[in-house]
Structures are given as structure tokens and as C-alpha cells.
Design a protein around this ligand. Structure first.
Ligand code: ZN
Length: 402
């Protein structure tokens, strides 16, 4: 990103950052939507890179006199999450709340500032139903067997993809090409008819659940209205997720473009392979923070253009830590150390956000008292309570959502 202040003359400078080649004039705030996590697993460096970049963007905008208003969603209604929760014999939402808790702890340790909006998909089901109705009215969606499908062919063309490549990417990201109810394999479910093993809600078309792209549209529109200044996410979300998101939003509102600028953060690989649990090459943020200061981890992420794909090595982080030490020395400041060693040795660690040990759950029932009750930690966000003791493995979730 570069900035361009108005030259000469008194008065406030013009905030006009150039993002992904596009100049975005900003007055006093920037609406930034970033696709957040699907909370079914631990935070790895690939996730963290996106959120550290968005945090850096917010800090630069603030220096330009623009308040960044960030919305980072949580995709807690998702087929992959349902499978992970089922393996853990947990409800999808309780399971997601615990994963989100760990995720936010890692981001706070990386000095990523809290965001203004953090919507969770399961609370936006009615919004998705309204969205589906609107898309049907606009003639871009249709109903088949209790599901609502968005016509996706135009989104693929707009993304500049040939049909074969669009189909390949759709299949890779859960597009269900073999769904016989669709008019076209590129069509995507805005609303998916109920299936065993997945949560379901009432809708005008029977029981079902929201589709992935539609969830993000509903959450972004609820936070920011018809459009955003910046939409950010990992590079792998370009298609189909972001292409369908903008196509649905534009079809619903008639306002184009939905996003003034896109920030697609480069993919992090290990030995050339994208970081993924299935590849067995995850580099966990919590492990890195036990060995290096957060500033070194941020530096290894930010020491490049945001869109650049890069390969992580221990040596690259070592080099970032050495460079950080040089910078501190040049600034006359003492070097920083990794700041989380206690996280592994203490029975529990208190969260850095709202800390409110409950004596009762909102239902009125007495809250559980653990063996480590003196350190019972509680977290509240969107009315869900959670207490976690990492070392002893206690995890309990309460509240209206549980
Ligand atoms: Zn999204």
C-alpha cells in the first residue's frame, strides 16, 4: 500500500491509499470486511498472515487520519466444522466457540487489535433467508427441492476463469458439482436443504442451513450496508468465495462494485506445499510465540508485499528475530523476548479480553467449579460463555447459544 497526501496548502491531508492498484479516497473511516476463520481447528501461520496484514492496514489508515472499522466474521455454520464437531462428539456451536476462543487468544498474542464487528454465521440465518428471497426476486436464484441456488456462471466469467478452471476450483472448495438439483454445476447454494449430521433452521422452503458465500454476504451487509471499502482474505478465497460474494451482493443491492478494493493476502507454504492439516505441515502460531516475540512473527509475515505467496522456514523467522533485535538496538530499546512461556506452564491462562468469572450461567444454573476453580476463566461474546483450562483439558460452554 502507498499513500498519497494532497500536496501543499494548509488543512488536513487527503487520505488516498492505493490498494491493489486502485486509489481509494477515504474521508474519516474505512469499512473493512475480512473473511475470518471457520473455527474447527488451531490457528496456523497461514491464517495469521491474513489477520496481521489487515491489522497493519488498519494501523496505516489510522496514521492517515482514517478510522478502520473492521468486520471479521466467524463461519461457524460450515460442513467441515460439522464433521470436526461430530468427531469430537460436540455440538457444532459449542465446538466452534472453543476454537474461536483459542484463535482470538493467538491473535491477541500477535498484537492484532480487536475488531469492531465479529459476527458469527449462526446468528445471521434470517438474514440469509432474506438474501435468498431477494436473489430470487432479482432472478439470479431459484428453488429446487428445498434448496436455493445462485446462478454462478456470470461470476466465473467475471472472475476471468475458463469453465474448466472454475469447475475445478468450485469442486476444491466444497462446490458439490454432482448435486443433481442444480441447473448448472457452477450454481452455489444460498440455502441448503436439511441433511443428517448438520444443524438446520426453519425457512420458507423447509428446514435447511445457509450456504458459505451467502453467510458472508449477510454478515458483511448487516455490518456495512450495500458495500465495503476493502474486502480482505486469503488469496485462495478469490474464487469461488469472493467472486460469489460480490456477485450475490451486487445482484441483491444493484450497487456495483460491492467492494472498492480487494486485498488478497499471499498463501504461506512449507517446502512449496500450502499449509494444511491434511498436508501435515502446519506451523502453529502458539508454537512460534513460545519461541519468538510477537513482533518477530509479525515481521516475518509483513516483510514482503501482501499479495506475495511465500515459503516459511525456521531460518526466515530466525532472520526476522535478528533484524528485530537490530532495530531495537538502533532505537536504543532493550530487545524483546517471547512473551508467552507461562501459557504452557500455568494451569490456566486468563484471556486478555472480557474476564468475568461467572457463578451462574445465564440460564440460572450454577456454573461448574473446576479443580482449578480459582483460575476459572470465562469469556463472553455474543452471549456465549466458555471456560477453558488448557492443561487439564476442561472445556465447558454455556449460555443461550450452547
Ligand atoms: Zn467470506
Amino acid at each position: 500500500m502507498t499513500d498519497d497526501h494532497a500536496a501543499g496548502g494548509p488543512g488536513p491531508a487527503l487520505a488516498a491509499p492505493v490498494l491493489a492498484g486502485r486509489r481509494v479516497l477515504l474521508l474519516d473511516r474505512a469499512r473493512i470486511y475480512v473473511c475470518g476463520i471457520t473455527p474447527y481447528d488451531v490457528t496456523h501461520l497461514g491464517h495469521a498472515a491474513t489477520f496481521v496484514w489487515v491489522d497493519a492496514l488498519g494501523r496505516v489508515l489510522r496514521l492517515l487520519g482514517v478510522e478502520p472499522e473492521v468486520c471479521r466474521n466467524v463461519t461457524d455454520v460450515d460442513d467441515v466444522l460439522d464433521e470436526a464437531a461430530s468427531r469430537a462428539r460436540a455440538r457444532y456451536d459449542s465446538f466452534a466457540a472453543i476454537q474461536q476462543y483459542h484463535f482470538e487468544h493467538d491473535l491477541a498474542a500477535l498484537n492484532v487489535r480487536p475488531v469492531r464487528h465479529e459476527p458469527r454465521a449462526h446468528r445471521y440465518v434470517t438474514h440469509v433467508i432474506r438474501l435468498a428471497r431477494g436473489l430470487m426476486t432479482a432472478g439470479t436464484a431459484y428453488e429446487r427441492n428445498g434448496s436455493i441456488y445462485f446462478r454462478g456462471q456470470a461470476a466465473a466469467i467475471h472472475a476471468g476463469l475458463g469453465r474448466a478452471e472454475a469447475l475445478r476450483l468450485s469442486a476444491e472448495y466444497g462446490g458439490r458439482l454432482d448435486d443433481a438439483s442444480k441447473d448448472d454445476p457452477l450454481d452455489a447454494a444460498v440455502w441448503q436443504a436439511a441433511e443428517a449430521g448438520h444443524p438446520a433452521w426453519e425457512s420458507p422452503w423447509g428446514l435447511g442451513r445457509p450456504g458459505w458465500h451467502a453467510e458472508c454476504v449477510a454478515m458483511a451487509m448487516s455490518a456495512f450496508g450495500v458495500g465495503v471499502d476493502v474486502h480482505a482474505g486469503g488469496n485462495d478465497l478469490r474464487f469461488p468465495h469472493h467472486a460469489y460474494h460480490s456477485a450475490m451482493a451486487e445482484a441483491f443491492t444493484g450497487v456495483r462494485p460491492y467492494a472498492r478494493a480487494w486485498v488478497h493476502v499471499g498463501t504461506v507454504t512449507v517446502d512449496g506445499v500450502k499449509m494444511a492439516k491434511s498436508a501435515g505441515n502446519l506451523v502453529l502460531v502458539s508454537d512460534l510465540l513460545n519461541r519468538y516475540p510477537a513482533a518477530a512473527v509479525r515481521l516475518v509475515i509483513l516483510d514482503r508485499r501482501w499479495a506475495e505467496d511465500w515459503d516459511y522456514t525456521d531460518a526466515s523467522l530466525e532472520a526476522a528475530a535478528a533484524r528485530l533485535a537490530d532495530l531495537y538496538e538502533a532505537a536504543g530499546r532493550p530487545p524483546r523476548r517471547a512473551r508467552r512461556p507461562r501459557a504452557r506452564s500455568a494451569a490456566c491462562w486468563p484471556p486478555t479480553w472480557t474476564y468475568r468469572p461467572p457463578s451462574r450461567w445465564p440460564s440460572g444454573k450454577a456454573a461448574p467449579r473446576h479443580a482449578c476453580s480459582s483460575r476459572l476463566s470465562a469469556w463472553t461474546n455474543y452471549r456465549t460463555w466458555i471456560c477453558v483450562c488448557r492443561q487439564r483439558g476442561h472445556q465447558r460452554v454455556g449460555g443461550p447459544d450452547a
